[in-house]
Ligand binder design. Structure first.
Ligand SMILES: [Zn+2]
Ligand SMILES: [Zn+2]
Length: 150
C-alpha cells in the first residue's frame, strides 16, 4: 500500500512539471511588437562625470528623429515626457543627444562643457588639451576658456 502511494505522488509531481513548462515558455515570449524601441537599452556612461543613463540609440541617424544626421555617432535618448507618435505617422519626436565618443581615445563623454569639447569632432577634455596646439587659434581660445571655466 505504501509503495503504491509513493508511486502516485511521483507521478503527480511529474505531471505538474509537464504542465508548468509550456506556460513558462509562453510568458517569456511576450508580444514581440511591444518588445522594442520605446525601451532604452543602450548603456551611456560618461567618463568625465557620473552621468549614467540608458539611451535608445547610438549612431548617426536615429530612426525616431527624422531627417537628422549627425556628423559622428551620438548617444540619443527619446524625450521621456513625450507620448509616442502613432506608428503610421512620420513625425519626428523630440530627442536629446546625450553624448558621443571622444574621436581620439574613444572614451564616452557627455555634452557637458566639463566633459567634452567639440571641434570638428567630439573630444574628451584631456584629449582636447593635447590636441589643442594643432587647432586654429579661435578653437584654441574657445577650449582654453572652457577649460578654465570647468
Ligand atoms: Zn559628463
Ligand atoms: Zn579622449
Amino acid at each position: 500500500m505504501e509503495a503504491d502511494d509513493d508511486f502516485v505522488l511521483d507521478n503527480e509531481a511529474a505531471e505538474i512539471e509537464r504542465l508548468d513548462l509550456p506556460a513558462a515558455k509562453e510568458s517569456k515570449a511576450s508580444n514581440p511588437e511591444e518588445e522594442d524601441e520605446r525601451i532604452a537599452r543602450i548603456d551611456f556612461q560618461c567618463s568625465g562625470c557620473d552621468m549614467h543613463e540608458l539611451v535608445h540609440y547610438f549612431g548617426r541617424e536615429p530612426p525616431f528623429a527624422l531627417g537628422i544626421k549627425y556628423p559622428e555617432d551620438n548617444y540619443v535618448m527619446r524625450d521621456p515626457f513625450q507620448a509616442p507618435p502613432p506608428r503610421w505617422q512620420a513625425k519626428p519626436e523630440f530627442y536629446i543627444a546625450l553624448g558621443a565618443k571622444c574621436s581620439r581615445c574613444s572614451k564616452t563623454v557627455c555634452k557637458d562643457p566639463g566633459c567634452s569639447f567639440y571641434y570638428t569632432a567630439t573630444f574628451c577634455l584631456p584629449c582636447g588639451r593635447e590636441e589643442l596646439k594643432n587647432w586654429p587659434v579661435e578653437a584654441q581660445a574657445r577650449l582654453r576658456k572652457q577649460l578654465s571655466a570647468s
